[in-house]
Design a protein around this ligand. Structure first.
Ligand SMILES: Nc1ncnc2c1ncn2[C@@H]1O[C@H](COP(=O)(O)OP(=O)(O)OP(=O)(O)O)[C@@H](O)[C@H]1O
Length: 755
């Protein structure tokens, strides 16, 4: 394949325009239309000290204030050229190139400053000088900026506006204060011309801002502990986090400066100013999880036990996950403090506490922020089960960053620009991508982007990708790409029986009376640990056992509703109940056995387990659709697509063998619209492996016929002719009956009945 011709500046500008629909005027660019190479300007030939850079007729020098290309708005981004240097980057083909860069000292507009401490006296074209620096390619420079004191501005422009016809229009700013954007503290008002005349004042200016503002909050001491009381501040900890020296990939698709008036400082009211601090995850489906609080309706030990054993109850702490907690915590804390991107890939079978641990870590970090012990960060949770289309993830991430709701396609473009262009944004964003297995798309664009963006130097994106399968990145993105991504991997092992016992006991602590015998807890834990080590399953069994014991106790004595075993109560006859009744209300090994057998011993369960694998795959797909959409009915086509996805993901020899059996292929699907041809698709090198998997999955055999058989048995209802892909399907039996019967079915392993 011939090497790709680099896009000319005009082409890039067009691409940029058509991509984002951002209308710009092309009349006043100082850099000219041509893509000429940047050259260094040396102080003198002998010393070879770089003092400036030139592109065509445009020249800029150390200490100059320059305009930088803002990604998608009319915002003015301005920085002082602090140092020139050469850094490594990758070109379109992934080859390392040496790139001319500058370390830039940023100005900040009021929009970049955390809202709760915002000043109210800012001017439309006011900027605050910061002490934040980073390295950016010279190609991001878009012209020179004029920074003035308020007095000088008023003298030059007595009516308070720069005339449109003036060359200085859109490039003139007032600076009268410095700011620390992290702590939102400001310096005293100063006169810009007094404090900054040029290059020789750069250091004193930085010192002035540093000395008059409160520094970035300290990093926590080395010993990580969840107990916030242990957060101790000491002077040594007040160090500014170091900017990492390692240079990371700058996406070569970064649009270079287009001809633009985009830098015109308009009223600072564009939507990107409305940052939301997502302290709680965004909810984007109405499928809210019911949280049962033991403090509500807790009139008997049974009720308290049922609540605390409920999987939606949030425990105060997660026993047996201390190591994992610490690892995730320290990774996140380090990335937030350093302002770098990071991607952690967390895998483990269902019910091993992955989501619960991550949520607990984020909650602890948020407490640290509230206590002013950690820099602020945004948090957004994207759950593969709850998005109807994986591409929605883009809209959700953009919304978390900027507070705007836009279409997935538009969000993708905006995110690409945000992450590939320099920006004064300093607030990192933590994204929990839960149920990542569900975000698999045909070209793997979504997964690739969320893994890749943290690597881009401007993203400050920290992704926590949570999945059941350990090798999902390799399966979907090829080994080469996944090793390049440099993911930090953490695997959550299944719980041992002693761990499950600890987890259950800790949840029962608040119950007061013993209504579950220790032997019963041990029995349930051993049963579950032998199969899966799934805490959710162990909790469900115990909760069901408590329900059975409760029923037993009321059957023994109908007058003794919901009272603790042994609690004296009145029988209908007004007499005290016997000691026998209190014994009957206790969960014993026998009760656990009944709870386990309940779901698996019915004729329906036996029938479901005897079904052929194709039928089980079909049911798995239907249940997955149901969860994902919350709608009881699916089209046959959707179920078939879901089955295809399950086929790719399932780590089960039976399923693999089934999918490899020659048979009629499903009709080809239209290529996905998103991600194709845009800069976000994985490179071609990544495709073959993923493609192979998909072809394999496409062998999902005649599921229309399977649907008919299931329908005849009354397990599902179908409204269509035989094999019609647009027919509608719904469950004819309870979802829980199916899960209960197939959860521990060996043939169905990996199909998702256990989750
Ligand atoms: N160590 C623990 N202590 C107390 N409860 C736990 C622990 N681990 C898991 N749980 C509980 O088990 C249930 C399942 O946990 P969680 O959702 O975190 O698992 P998961 O690994 O993310 O599973 P899945 O892959 O199915 O999403 C939750 O109710 C959680 O509170």
């Amino acid at each position: 394949m011939p090497p790709k011709r680099p896009r000319t500046k005009i082409e890039k500008a067009r691409h940029y325009l058509s991509g984002g629909g951002v209308v710009r005027e092309d009349s006043d660019d100082e850099l000219g239309l041509e893509d000429l190479p940047w050259e260094w300007i040396y102080e003198d030939k002998k010393s070879m000290k770089i003092c400036g850079a030139r592109m065509g007729k445009f020249e800029c020098y150390l200490g100059d204030a320059v305009l930088l290309k803002a990604p998608a708005s009319n915002e003015a981004w301005v920085a002082i050229l602090y140092e020139f240097l050469e850094g490594e980057d990758e070109d379109d083909d992934g080859d390392t190139i040496i790139e001319k860069q500058a370390r830039m000292l940023w100005f900040s507009s009021e929009k970049e400053i955390r809202s709760k401490k915002k000043r109210t006296d800012f001017l439309d074209n006011e900027l605050y000088i910061t002490t934040n620096t980073d390295e950016n390619a010279l190609t991001t420079i878009n012209g020179k900026a004029n920074v003035l004191s308020k007095e000088e501005f008023d003298r030059l422009y007595p009516n308070g506006k720069v005339p449109r016809s003036s060359k200085a229009y859109g490039k003139t700013f007032v600076c009268r204060r410095g700011v620390n954007t992290r702590t939102a503290t400001y310096t005293e008002e100063f006169n810009w011309e007094d404090v900054y005349k040029g290059r020789e004042d750069m250091d004193s200016l930085e010192e002035l801002v540093e000395s008059q503002t409160v520094k970035t909050r300290r990093r926590r001491a080395a010993t990580k502990t969840r107990d916030l009381d242990d957060f101790v501040m000491d002077d040594d900890d007040f160090d500014e986090p170091e900017t990492p020296k390692k240079r990371r990939k700058l996406n070569s698709a970064t649009p270079t400066p287009s001809k633009a008036k985009q830098l015109t400082p308009r009223k600072f009211t564009t939507p990107s100013g409305r940052k939301i601090i997502t302290k709680k995850p965004l909810e984007f489906t109405p499928l809210g999880t019911r949280m049962l609080s033991p403090s509500q309706m807790q009139s008997s030990p049974y009720q308290i036990a049922r609540s605390t054993l409920h999987v939606s109850a949030v425990p105060h702490a997660l026993p047996c996950r201390e190591t994992e907690f610490d690892t995730v915590y320290s990774h996140l804390e380090a990335a937030i403090t350093a302002g770098t991107g990071s991607c952690i890939y967390i895998s483990g079978t269902p019910g091993t506490g992955k989501t619960a641990t991550v949520r607990e870590v984020v909650a602890s970090l948020q407490s640290a922020v509230a206590e002013e012990q950690l820099d602020d960060f945004y948090f957004v949770e994207i759950n593969g089960m709850k998005v109807t289309d994986p591409h929605q993830s883009y809209s959700l991430l953009w919304e978390a960053l900027k507070g705007d709701r836009v279409s997935s396609a538009h969000a993708l473009e905006l995110l690409e620009r945000e992450f590939t262009t320099p920006s004064p944004r300093r607030v990192p964003c933590v994204v929990l991508m839960d149920e990542l297995d569900q975000l698999v798309t045909r070209n793997q664009g979504v997964m690739y982007n969320f893994f890749n963006w943290p690597q881009l130097r401007h993203s400050r994106l920290i992704v926590l990708a949570v999945a059941n399968t350990m090798d999902l990145p390799e399966r979907t993105l090829s080994n080469k790409i996944s090793s390049r991504l440099g993911l930090t991997r953490i695997t959550f092992p299944g719980y041992s029986h002693t761990q499950l016992m600890t987890i259950i006991q800790s949840r029962l602590e608040g119950v007061g009376k013993v209504i579950v015998e220790p032997d019963a807890v041990q029995f349930a834990s051993r049963k579950v640990a032998a199969v899966s080590g799934d805490a959710r399953r162990a909790l469900d069994i115990c909760r069901r056992a408590v329900e059975i014991a409760e029923q037993e106790s009321t059957q023994q004595d109908p007058g003794k509703e919901n009272l603790a075993p042994g609690t004296p109560s009145k029988s209908p006859g007004g007499q005290k109940t016997s000691a026998l009744a209190s014994k009957a209300g206790i969960v014993t090994i026998g009760t656990i056995k009944r709870a386990i057998n309940e779901a698996t011993s019915t004729p329906l369960a036996a029938h479901l387990r005897s079904l052929p694998l194709a039928s089980k795959i079909f049911l798995a797909a239907l249940l997955s659709r149901l969860r994902r959409t919350g709608i009881t009915e699916s089209t046959l086509a959707d179920v078939v697509d879901e089955a295809r996805r399950i086929g790719i993901m399932a780590q089960n020899k039976n399923v693999e063998a089934f999918l490899l059996t020659p048979g009629p292929m499903l009709e080809p699907q239209p290529e996905e619209e998103l991600g194709v041809g845009v800069i976000s698709t994985p490179s071609k090198r990544g495709r073959p492996a993923a493609k192979k998997e998909i072809d394999k999955a496409a062998r999902v055999l005649g599921l229309g016929a399977v649907a008919m058989e299931l329908s005849e048995a009354g397990i599902i209802g179908v409204e269509s002719r035989h094999g019609d892909r647009v027919g509608r399907v719904r469950l004819g039996v309870g979802e829980e009956d199916i899960r209960g019967a197939l959860r521990e079915d060996e043939e169905s392993r990996g199909l998702g009945f256990g989750s």
